[in-house]
Write a protein that binds this ligand. Structure first.
Ligand code: ZN
Ligand code: ZN
Length: 139
C-alpha cells in the first residue's frame, strides 16, 4: 500500500511505498515535549521507500543510547514530520500525524513507559517496554 500525508499547512508532503517495519507509541520525555504532554505515535519505514517534498527544519540531540537523533519538522507550521537515528540510517520514523486520514495504522508497542505520566492510559493489549526496546529486525 502507498501511504500519503502532509503537515498542517501543506508545505511538506510525504509519500511512502512500503508497509511499516514497526509502529510504536513513545512516552519518552523528548516525545512528551513534541506531543504537548502525551506520547508520540510513529511508524518506521525503510528510508528508500520514503519520498518527502517541501523544506524542513531539523533539530538534533544525543540520546541516552549515545546515538544522535534528528527530528525534521515544517518550519512554517511546526508539524513534526519524522525522526531519524545515526545508528539506523536505513529507517525513517514517520509521525502518525503526518499521514492522511484513513492510514489504518495502530501502535503495536508502547515504549519508555517508565517516563509516562501517572494519568497515561496505555492499552494493556500492547507490548510494553519500560525504556528503549531492541531495534526491529532489519531484514
Ligand atoms: Zn507545514
Ligand atoms: Zn520518544
Amino acid at each position: 500500500m502507498t501511504y500519503t500525508g502532509r503537515c498542517n499547512c501543506g508545505a511538506v508532503t510525504v509519500t511512502i511505498d512500503a508497509e511499516p517495519i514497526g509502529t510504536r507509541q513513545c512516552w519518552c520525555r523528548q516525545c512528551q515535549k513534541i506531543a504537548a504532554g502525551g506520547a508520540t505515535h510513529n511508524a518506521m519505514f525503510p528510508t528508500a521507500a520514503v519520498t518527502i517534498t517541501g523544506e524542513r527544519a531539523e533539530t538534533s540531540y544525543v540520546a541516552a543510547s549515545g546515538n544522535t537523533l534528528t527530528h525534521e519538522f515544517c518550519p512554517s507550521c511546526g508539524s513534526h514530520v519524522l525522526g531519524r537515528s545515526s545508528a539506523r540510517p536505513q529507517f525513517r520514523t514517520i509521525r502518525f500525524g503526518m499521514l492522511d486520514e484513513g492510514h489504518g495504522l495502530r501502535p503495536q508497542v508502547a515504549i519508555w513507559t517508565d517516563e509516562a505520566p501517572e494519568w497515561a492510559v496505555i492499552d494493556p493489549a500492547m507490548e510494553r517496554w519500560p525504556q528503549q526496546p531492541p531495534p526491529p529486525p532489519t531484514s
